[in-house]
Design a protein around this ligand. Sequence first.
Ligand SMILES: [Zn+2]
Length: 466
Amino acid sequence: MKLTVWGAAQQVTGSMHLLEVNNYKILIDCGLDYENNVNLIENINFPFLPSEIDLVVLTHAHIDHSGNLPTLVRLGFEGQILCTPPTADLTQLLLADSVNIFLGKLKKKPFKRRSKKHHHDQQQQPLYLQKHVMDTTDRIVTIGFNKPFQIREDIEIQFIPTGHLLGAAAVHFKITEAGKTKTIAFTGDIGRKNYPVLINPENLPETDFLVTESTYGGRLHTATESIEETLIKVIKETCINQPGRLIIPAFSVGRTQSLVYTLNKIFSKNLLPPVPVFVDSPMAIMATDIYRKHHKYVNEDARSFYQKNGDEFEFANLSYVKELKESKEISNHFEPCIIISSAGMLEGGRIQDHLFYNIQNFYATILFIGYCAKNTLGYRLLRGDAVVRLRGRDLSVFATIKKTDQLSGHADQNGIMEYIKAIPKEGLKKIFLVHGEQESMLALQSALKDDGYEAVIPEKGMIFEL
Ligand SMILES: [Zn+2]
């Protein structure tokens, strides 16, 4: 078999790997590359003919793994896309949303009629439209976790849970070539143990070759307390000891559901008085419905909570805010409250309104629960900027800025090492590190080397005969 690393090579986004077995071409993930301000439209330039790909296997729904699928379909891919049932629904939701983001960005950059240079300029076009998203989701075929599935006589695959996001899986291939069986696995993204709502990453069976993510391959999560303890502390400080508002920027898909469930546990145990909680995001409402639909994919803790208390994503003092009008009304709510809204890095979304109204409030706290990329407003606030620009105005920051990494969705170096060490070592011939910044990859490579593993950091386009 032949492996070509076509994406997330020495970077985080744009996951895409090509596996060729006896002339059958399988693409593992087809993510959007939005690294270092790559013009999104450049994602149209596939290094192969999309019509030549026979099959796509998708590890999970995040856009950096799924976001270029509609382009692949638009440009001629006619095969099936295999993934787990929750991944199918979450992918549909996220792809539809990414079309809105493209169109929103285009609105901000009006077409310059007079400029000849911009005539027929590809950059003025969205990468794909809702029609292409529908054409893509029509091609999806779902397979549950841990069910070996025979694609052809010589290719068997299995989805093995990795936590990380509902439905997220590593893909394990059993390949037969010239009478010999070899195995290769692609981790997709590896989640963390004991993460609210999500199941733990499960061990891979015997694997000869491993293509693994390395996002946090160079760091260790620092938290010494649980997310429940952190939230109780911050809510007490902000909303009980003070008449303040706690604002939590959170991605609508995944992180919001884990946060809501944790708050539900806190309030249902009466560990705090019932402070009103607003989840201000139509996307979060839709994502939560998908979590409810695929309830058998949540972890044991969430399932037993459901048995005793009912819906883990509902409680008396929680309101989901759908309409923009209602969202604006939250600003008139002067009692202490908790507001969960997106985008997580504060670039766009309704969170910007809440920030605008609260950034100069001494009693407000903004709690970051996820990574903020450079050049985002979230990054600047975390850096401690005293003044930030919002809605064209420079505003002094009087709110308290806090951060926790307990809800980060990726395993740290220890987590990745543990995941790899669980694979029977005798068989594991080579590890390919992808989906990480160079620094993280080098750190992980050296940790693996110390333990006697061979790990390579491939460049984009590198081909490996395995
Ligand atoms: Zn992911």
